[in-house]
Ligand binder design. Structure first.
Ligand code: BV8
Ligand code: ZN
Length: 244
């Protein structure tokens, strides 16, 4: 893929870069994106109807089992070339912040260091009542596992729709976006708030905004550069074009 020479020059000189990633970056590792139809027994449910406190209150076991299924899927996959290209970019740019909506932990698994998980991490489990984290739980097929400390129900440590994002991560993401000279939006449909607002904040501040996504999104018309294709192909080619 050819990249505009001015983009290559911008990146060669860049001191501060922030990146927002979404489920599209993990798609080439074999994980369904958030809006892809669910598989098998989950096909009848929309993710938005399961990823909420209301869904968990209504049918805790259904929601627990959906996350247990997704957790096993995450454990079975590896980072792809797009994840590793972002590690290489972090090695080349003095101040680099990777803001992710993904809950699969693949950026850290690939070696990214400065990662902000805005929506939590599916591999972490905490008590819905007292918040105690746990690595082990019983596998009762009838009910949701319980907290050893207080007996409350366990839940994935992810941010559900209607829940506030973790304050520290969100504040760090907002300031990293404000300071960035260049802001990438990669593999995200750009509809979930407040994460999607970051790219617009970058643009309003005069940063160079670059989109890499399989298809156009509402952000596309507001970008300085937009590349539509697979992030696992485009990112390694961009890193090679800039840093050889
Ligand atoms: C909050 C964790 C308030 C759980 C997730 C109306 C208007 C505006 C906002 C709202 C509204 N109604 C409600 C809201 C708020 C709501 C929201 O934004 N709703 C949307 C649907 C309109 N937001 C919230 O509720 C947030 N909380 O607002 O709280 C508050 C404040 C204070 C106090 C109390 C409350 C919480 C949002 C977080 C929800 N949790 N995930 C879980 O994973 O189960 S969001 C979920 O969507 C995932 O994290 C996912 O990452 C994220 C965004 O989706 P994408 O990552 O973009 O994935 P998607 O499938 O959409 O797109 C993938 C893209 O990749 C596609 O474009 C595709 O073309 C592309 N692609 C595919 N393959 C590739 C590729 N690109 C490149 N290469 C490829 N190979
Ligand atoms: Zn508890």
């Amino acid at each position: 893929m050819d990249f505009p020479s001015e983009l290559i020059q911008f990146l060669k000189k860049a001191e501060r870069v922030s990146v927002l990633t979404g489920a599209g970056v993990s798609q080439e590792s074999g994980l369904r994106t958030f809006r892809d139809a669910q598989a098998g027994l989950w096909a009848q449910y929309r993710p938005e109807d399961l990823a909420s406190p209301e869904a968990f209150a209504r049918d805790p076991k259904l929601v627990w089992d959906w996350y247990a299924w997704r957790r096993e899927a995450v454990k079975g996959v590896r980072p792809n070339a797009g994840h590793y290209a972002l590690v290489e970019m972090e090695n080349r740019i003095p101040t680099f912040t990777l803001i992710t909506q993904n809950v699969d932990g693949l950026h850290r698994f690939a070696g990214s260091r400065n990662v902000l998980e805005l929506h939590g991490n599916i591999l972490r489990v905490r008590c819905a009542d007292c918040g105690t984290f746990t690595e082990v739980w019983g596998d009762d097929s009838e009910s949701v596992p319980r907290c050893e400390t207080c007996g409350g129900m366990l839940r994935p440590d992810v941010v559900w729709f209607g829940e506030a994002l973790p304050r520290a991560e969100l504040e760090a993401a907002v300031s990293a976006t404000r300071e960035a000279q260049i802001f990438f939006s990669i593999g995200t449909s750009g509809v979930v708030q407040p994460a999607a607002a970051l790219a617009h904040a970058a643009r309003n501040k005069g940063s160079i905004v670059i989109e890499i996504n399989a298809e156009p999104t509402p952000l596309t018309p507001k970008t300085d550069f937009a590349f539509h294709g697979r992030s696992g192909e485009i990112l390694p080619e961009l890193v090679k074009a800039v840093w050889g």
